[in-house]
Design a protein around this ligand. Structure first.
Ligand code: UT7
Length: 323
């Protein structure tokens, strides 16, 4: 039996930090409203000319360094993004080329804010079949490019960033308990697509489009779906919430994180929160939070982590990961 184990993580943020007060200078909003309704205080925004693969490569390089590996050790690259550099080729193949890798396979996964959970699930499955040995899984987004900067109901919520993880397939010695990814669950329900979408695309308008969201309804679905998929994932591994050291949630809104924790009876001091500094970075949010907490020493080797996310589609999912 093979395990998919985590070897290292990395992340990257654009240099420019934009505060709520900065946004309030050009939008009818306030620091008080944004902090009270979302917990967000700042976000990082990419400069003109930067592309998604720039942040993806930076995060990947840090993850490779943490894993002590050269790029040539990687034979699978999966990039989760809803804001690719171009409609095609895939951002993953651009990352592959920029890392100097010419073997294996690279492709993108599109599940918006749940993208990293989907990408990890796909990579885990490919590693467990033995088809690939070592995967670089990245969530990278430039949501600033698809925001309507005149719409205060969405412009204040999102930011840019990238996070990466290196995973390896390892044979499990007889009689030993599992390590690495213990359970992965992905779900979707396309009926809710219009509640969180971009109003354009290459096959419809021929434009990129801007993000549109029915925030209150998305919020309601998020808490229900996340609580369900977290319970299901923990149960499938034969464990309970008491066994979990850390929850690494999608960072969309502090109130969603809090409401989900309350529904599941989870203490807030076991939950990694970065939404205050990163805002919602879509597919980058979970790996950014994971890397932040590993680097600041909160998440340690051997800890049991529950990763979760929910986003456009709707898509949602959770992963139970022994660090
Ligand atoms: O990552 C994918 C998943 N996405 C999410 O999970 C986002 C889910 N939704 C949310 O996080 C919240 O619904 C929001 C943060 C988007 C909105 O918070 P809310 O508490 O649901 O507020 P609301 O939409 O009910 O709006 C309340 C009021 C409205 O004014 P009226 O109609 O009551 O007069 C809005 O127009 O707040 C107003 N408002 C704002 N006021 C100041 C909306 N945006 C702003 C703003 N500044 N930026």
């Amino acid at each position: 039996m093979a395990d998919t184990v985590l070897l290292g993580t990395g992340s990257a943020l654009p240099h420019q930090r934009v505060t709520n007060a900065d946004l309030a200078r050009r939008l009818d909003t306030s620091d008080e409203w944004i902090v009270e309704r979302t917990g967000i205080r700042a976000r990082h925004i990419a400069p003109p000319g930067m592309v998604t693969s720039d942040l993806a490569v930076e995060a990947a390089s840090r993850a490779l360094e943490a894993a002590g590996l050269a790029p040539s050790a990687i034979d699978l690259i999966v990039v989760a993004t809803a804001t690719p550099d171009q409609t095609f080729p895939a951002t993953a193949t651009k990352v592959q080329a920029r890392l100097g890798i010419t073997h294996g396979a690279a492709f993108d996964v599109h599940a918006v804010c749940s993208g990293f959970i989907y990408a990890l699930t796909v990579a885990d499955a490919l590693l467990k079949t033995g088809a690939h040995k070592r995967a670089l899984v990245i969530g990278a987004e430039l949501f600033s490019r698809i925001l309507d900067w005149d719409d205060r109901t969405t412009a204040v919520l999102f930011g840019d960033g990238a996070g990466a993880a290196i995973l390896e397939s390892r044979e499990r010695p007889d009689g030993e308990g599992g390590s690495g990814i213990l359970a992965a669950t992905i779900r979707s329900d396309g009926r809710h697509g219009p509640l969180l979408q971009v109003d354009g695309g290459p096959g419809s308008t021929g434009t990129v489009g801007k993000l549109r969201m029915a925030g209150r309804e998305v919020f309601r679905h998020a808490v229900t779906n996340l609580a369900q998929v977290m319970e299901e994932t923990v149960a499938r591994a034969g464990l309970s919430f008491a066994d979990i050291d850390w929850v690494v949630p999608h960072q969309a809104n502090f109130r969603i994180i809090e409401a989900t924790a309350r529904k599941l009876g989870l203490a807030m001091d076991r939950i990694i929160v970065t939404v205050d500094e990163h805002a919602n970075t879509s597919a980058a949010s979970v790996p950014l939070a994971l890397d932040t907490a590993i680097r600041d020493g909160r998440i340690r080797k051997g800890d049991l982590c529950l990763l979760e996310a929910m986003g456009g589609g709707f898509t949602w999912g959770a992963i139970l990961l022994r660090i």
